[in-house]
Design a protein around this ligand. Structure first.
Ligand code: PRT
Ligand code: ZN
Length: 296
């Protein structure tokens, strides 16, 4: 069987999480920092470690079978290719739980911003000219583009542009540069994409297996295993407090006729407030445990 090729970011914000996810799916890898390719020794999988900007193109051109990339980079590449009439087909097979950020318009505090119309025909610095162009034209506005690959946030102060359109997560970078976030034009997170070109059946089965493991890893991260002791006469109220705990296991306790042990899997984290409420209902010995893996 030909080996499945997966493209990941080599270094940067998505690199560690992407690798961690594959490892949790049971893909054993020997990463050599200098090397572009890493081979798995327990599954027919090769990992290509590249710049995130190259990942959508590698998948769209069928050079790799799947890739993990931010939706911002993916859609920018898709729009760019549509613009120049280049094939841009792929399939987004799952969004992931990391890499969350937003692409926002921001201006300096002196700028009299009355809404997006205030930016009409002005110069906007961005690394995402295609996403910005689609957004501005959907609103019926134009702009002069100033494409910068880095240091976008210094452009207004340096006199290069009137405003910026950049990725934001905490907002600290904007604040440090005296910029104010005005409008979010796109929300993004990391996602898994698959090539639209013909993938043979054995390869597709391997992709499906990995995707099912990814689902299990993410589901496990969001879920908790709960153990507690509950008074029999308040059992239903206690179970009702456990989010998404379908069919809890109820066990008897030695030497306690009035109490039972409850074990349940909750589909969400259990916060201190819920634990305090459980205690008020008579629950005791409450334990919340992380779950490592899950399967249907
Ligand atoms: O070398 P390579 O090309 O692979 O990496 P890169 O430098 O292009 O990208 P990298 O590693 O910075 O980001 C990879 C992906 O992470 C992005 O494409 C997004 O999908 C996602 N991501 C999530 C972010 C952020 N959060 C983020 N905050 N990417 C960039 N930023 C930058 C932003 O550009 C700004 O400079 O962080 C700064 C803002 O952060 P805050 O927290 O101060 O608001
Ligand atoms: Zn990049």
């Amino acid at each position: 069987m030909t080996r499945l090729r997966i493209a990941l970011q080599k270094s940067g914000r998505l690199a560690t999480e992407s690798l961690k996810l594959l490892k949790k799916c049971g893909i054993r890898l020997n990463i050599n920092e200098q090397r572009l390719i890493a081979h798995s020794d327990n599954l027919p999988i090769d990992i290509l470690r590249v710049r995130d900007d190259d990942i959508p193109g590698l998948v769209m051109d069928g050079v790799v079978d799947i890739g993990i990339v931010g939706e911002n980079v993916l859609i920018e590449e898709q729009y760019e290719r549509e613009f120049i009439n280049k094939a841009a087909s792929y399939e987004k097979i799952r969004v992931l739980d990391f890499g969350q950020c937003r692409l926002s318009l921001a201006v300096t505090s002196e700028f009299d911003y009355q809404g997006i119309e205030s930016l009409n025909k002005l110069r906007i610095a961005t690394s995402y000219p295609n996403l910005l162009r689609k957004f501005m034209s959907s609103k019926g506005y134009e702009f002069e583009d100033c494409k910068l690959k880095g240091s976008v946030e210094v452009a207004p102060r340096a006199g290069l542009a009137d405003a910026i359109c950049d990725l934001v997560s905490t907002g600290a970078t904007l604040e440090a540069n005296g910029l104010i976030e005005k409008d979010v034009i796109f929300r993004s997170r990391a996602c898994v994409i698959q090539s639209a070109s013909n993938i043979d059946q054995t390869k597709q089965e391997l992709i499906n297996k990995i995707m099912s493991r990814i689902n299990g890893v993410i589901q496990a991260k969001e879920s908790k295993y709960i153990m507690l002791h509950a008074p029999k006469d308040n059992l239903q109220n206690i179970i009702n407090l456990l989010p998404g705990a379908g069919n809890p296991t109820i066990m008897s306790l030695t030497n306690r006729e009035d109490m039972v042990a409850v074990h349940a899997v909750s589909s969400e984290d259990i916060f201190w407030d819920t634990m305090e409420e459980l205690k008020l209902l008579g629950a005791s010995s409450i334990l919340i445990l992380p779950i490592e893996k899950m399967m249907g």
